[in-house]
Ligand binder design. Structure first.
Ligand SMILES: [Zn+2]
Length: 147
């Protein structure tokens, strides 16, 4: 705590000139209160300082897989008609295995979304988190700036 204060205490807020500034990550941590029952709450000030969230690589893709699967199932006759010209074998297989075919299409869609989310988390989100951890916040006026 005193270390953190020494480290960031000298940073001057470019907005109001106050030296009462703090690392965003420390300020965020301090704004979380754990109650007697273990319930955690965060102040409105701390809420603004939350780190950028990663993309869901599981729940959201699962939703997409479900939606695409259902959509495929109900649009199957339309899809089969379109496939018939280029891939007649696939079209007839689709027609005779509607549930499996829809599930496969859904799973593929979900996997693609999951892969793109993982890619986002590994690159863009890592950069966002890095920038967030370097942030400084003014405890007097709430202005945020970088070291
Ligand atoms: Zn300030």
């Amino acid at each position: 705590m005193s270390n953190q204060h020494q480290k960031y205490g000298n940073m001057q807020c470019p907005n109001c000139g106050s030296h009462n500034t703090q690392s965003v990550s420390v300020a965020h941590q301090q704004s979380i209160r754990t109650g007697y029952n273990g319930y955690q709450s965060i102040s409105a000030f701390g809420k603004d300082l939350e780190p950028p969230p990663p993309k869901s690589a599981f729940l959201y893709p699962l939703g997409v897989a479900y939606m695409v699967g259902v959509f495929t199932f109900f649009g199957l006759s339309e899809i089969s008609t379109r496939l018939e010209e280029s891939w007649p074998t696939l079209a007839s297989w689709f027609g005779s295995h509607p549930i499996i075919a829809s599930a496969i299409v859904g799973v593929i869609a979900g996997a693609l979304v999951s892969l793109s989310a993982m890619g986002f988390n590994a690159s863009t989100h890592r950069r966002q988190l890095n920038r967030w951890s370097k942030g400084v916040v003014c405890r007097r006026c709430g202005h945020r700036f970088n070291k």
